[in-house]
Design a binder for this molecule. Sequence first.
Ligand SMILES: *[C@@H]1O[C@H](CO)[C@@H](O)[C@H](O)[C@H]1NC(C)=O
Ligand SMILES: *[C@@H]1O[C@H](CO)[C@@H](O)[C@H](O)[C@H]1NC(C)=O
Length: 401
Amino acid sequence: MEKKTAASAAAQARLAWLDSKEAKRINKKNKRVVLIGVLMGVAAMVAVVLDGVLRVEKQDKLCLVLDDDFSNGFNKTTWSHEIQSGGYGVGSFDWTTDSEKNAYVEDGKLYIVPTLTVENFWPPYFNMDGIKLDLAAGGNCTGDGDTNCAMMNNFAEGQMIQPIQSARITTKKSHSIRYGKVEVRARMPTGNWLWPAIWMMPRDSVYGIWPASGEIDLMESSGNMPRQRQDERSVGAVQSSYHFGPDWRTNAGDHHTGYQFRWRDYFNQGYHNYVLEWNEKRMRVYVDDPRNTMNTFEFPKEPMWDYGKFGEIQIEPPIHNPWIRSENPNHAPFDQDFYLILNVAVGGKYFQGAGDAPWTTESAYPATTFWNNIKKWYPTWPTDPRERGMAVDRVRMWQKC
Ligand SMILES: *[C@@H]1O[C@H](CO)[C@@H](O)[C@H](O)[C@H]1NC(C)=O
Ligand SMILES: *[C@@H]1O[C@H](CO)[C@@H](O)[C@H](O)[C@H]1NC(C)=O
């Protein structure tokens, strides 16, 4: 009781005070402060919006050149297979075939699926010492030389034919773009040491062999479960790189590589759009939305040779400027036609430095070590090919026009 009376007395005193002149003056001042605050807020908002408007670049005009949602099956005019067995210079363990086991369309999705060679290739041959396979003899090899087109078993040497078959398909013969946009909606594969990739290579290599004519990687990832947060070689990460340089020793790709990471909701669990936007001023790659940009390259105001400080590199044999006669020296080699590649490789140099890899890059035949350690990785490969494979829902390419 006592308390309540005291409380209401205080309330009455407050009411009386609110009526006073002093209170009205303070109130008016408060209102003015609030009004000024609101005005400042509005001004700030206008400034932010204006800044955004001024910063938005003029959008490139784009003309659609390819739209494949795989509703009509595997289109052999659009897609051609690379058939090679040499590990493509990155030491991967897959022999890429045109078999429907390794690349096929089902329910409107393209699947690229690595399989064990022993399953598709008559086992007595797979296990026969001394057997030599010549892909060129069948006229099917898309590479050249024994390095890319021949394999053999030489058990005394520890050499074996590639233990994995997979697929690499390209638009090399059908569609290339020079500036524009590429959008690939895909879900990544599951399984240790799988190396899915969505990337582009120069159609004509006018500046010379890799990486002088460039390489644009929209997405590279790995089928391993993350060993920790931000594990670059896992289903929790996707990587994008721009490779270029006078020769393989002076590739600047490491300086133009970026990542997107997920912790939960990994890239093998759902479909995402992997997008490249490319014009004369810059390239950028993002996942789904520009807010998830993983790799931007604002082309320099100076020639690439100077920008990369390639002239300062002392190396034997010396390097030369491959872009010296280019009409676009400040963004060559990214001023030429590039075509799209989709593939799932297995093992190889992408995993260099991964301490838990079941092969050693130093050994002469790492694929043999990998195969001998099959118990360490095969159980992680899902039996369902749709999970083991990269699933591609739609591919679109636009030419800047
Ligand atoms: C296959 O692709 C080509 C162009 O790459 C296109 O002209 C053709 O209509 C496609 N065929 C089907 C069945 O979709
Ligand atoms: C070469 O291609 C033909 C036609 O597609 C196919 O029948 C044959 O199996 C292929 N050979 C090899 C070694 O892949």
